[in-house]
Ligand binder design. Structure first.
Ligand code: TRP
Length: 337
């Protein structure tokens, strides 16, 4: 039986936060334990260059993200865990795909459109101001990431669905021109997956600057939780859990029984200060063992590097022969042996 390939990438520009953990990392690690799938999880470091031109930050983020996945128990004997830049065939494939992708398709990409809409709103006459070609071509790099390993399923956030559609479109065009080489990937959106609220009540996201880092040291975690915005209801007044950031975060870390107990306490008018300490204790308890492993890993970067090197070997065992086939398909080969 050929195993199903699930693949996802994490751009190395930030520090993993509670929202990343609940929405993406935790389900991906759970999926990696299924013996019927081969997960390909990678650090999308070339993607990082699109929006981050601070080398130290890209380096630091790669280290933190890799350490996070390992600390949380990613099973690297089943999963292929690698760094995008260690697989140069991906870059080569990107060019082949660039030459079949239509420019009009890229014009319609959300990330590019959002950037040019921002220019328009600020009254800029050059709508492409500040937009680099990396941002414009970013869906093609993402298609190369996916098609290089003929992934069947790609778990992503809703904002990435369009990119998977584009990867399918590009794969279809390539197959039409050069023969069937690529599997058409499907996006997998976890509808049950929690979207966490951040410190200010909006979705927890790097772009809103409202995140709580996953492995924040205990004291800092407590401080951040204390800063989460709540309304001005007094202790003893009934409170609505559904519109409460504290509750939204608690829910993502608790069992059904625990959740209904807390719901009851909201009805009884739990004080915000009390709820904040309940939330802190709960998350802290949940995270402490992994945080200890994380800190140990940061002290042993050579161990992380070794895991990534092993992952790269496994990835290249696929990408090198596949690239040979693709080069031949497009007519790039030696003239004679
Ligand atoms: N662009 C994705 C994001 O911002 C990360 C990513 C890069 C990715 N390459 C990928 C996700 C390939 C899935 C498959 O979240």
């Amino acid at each position: 039986m050929t195993k199903e390939i699930i693949l996802t990438g994490i751009t190395t520009t930030g520090t993993p936060h509670l929202g990343n953990y609940v929405g993406a990392i935790k389900p991906a690690i759970a999926a990696s334990k299924n013996a019927n799938v081969t997960p390909f999880y990678f650090l999308a470091d070339y993607h990082a260059l699109i929006k981050c031109q601070e080398p130290d930050r890209v380096r630091r983020s790669s280290l933190e993200i890799a350490a996070t996945w390992l600390a949380l128990g990613l099973d690297t004997s089943n999963a292929v865990f690698y760094r995008q830049s260690d697989v140069p065939e991906i870059m080569e494939l990107m060019w082949m795909l660039t030459c079949v992708a239509s420019k009009g398709l890229m014009n319609r990409a959300h990330a590019y459109k959002a950037a040019s809409a921002e220019n328009e709103q600020s009254g800029e006459s050059d709508l492409d101001k500040g937009i680099n070609m990396g941002l414009f071509a970013y869906p093609i790099l993402m298609a190369a990431d996916i098609l290089m390993f003929n992934a069947h399923k790609v778990p992503v956030g809703k904002d990435q669905i369009q990119h998977i559609e584009m990867a399918r479109d590009i794969a279809g065009r390539f197959n039409h021109i050069y023969g069937e080489h690529f599997v058409l990937p499907e996006a997998v959106i976890d509808e049950h997956g929690a979207t966490l609220s951040g410190m200010d009540g909006r979705k927890m996201s790097k772009s809103y600057n409202n995140t709580i880092p996953l492995f924040e040291p205990e004291k800092k975690l407590k401080k951040l939780i204390n800063k989460i915005q709540t309304n001005s209801l007094e202790p003893g007044q009934a409170k609505d859990p559904e519109t409460c950031t504290l509750f939204s975060i608690y829910k993502a870390f608790a069992s059904a029984d625990e959740v209904s107990e807390i719901r009851q306490r909201y009805a009884e008018g739990i004080a915000w200060g009390e709820m904040k300490s309940v939330l802190f204790e709960h998350i802290n308890e949940h995270i402490t063992p992994a945080r200890e492993r994380y800190e140990a890993l940061l002290q042993a970067p050579e161990h992380i590097e070794q895991q990534l090197q092993e992952g790269a070997l496994k990835a290249r065992a696929v990408s090198i022969p596949f690239m040979k086939e693709l080069r031949k398909a497009v007519g790039i080969s030696r003239i004679s042996l």
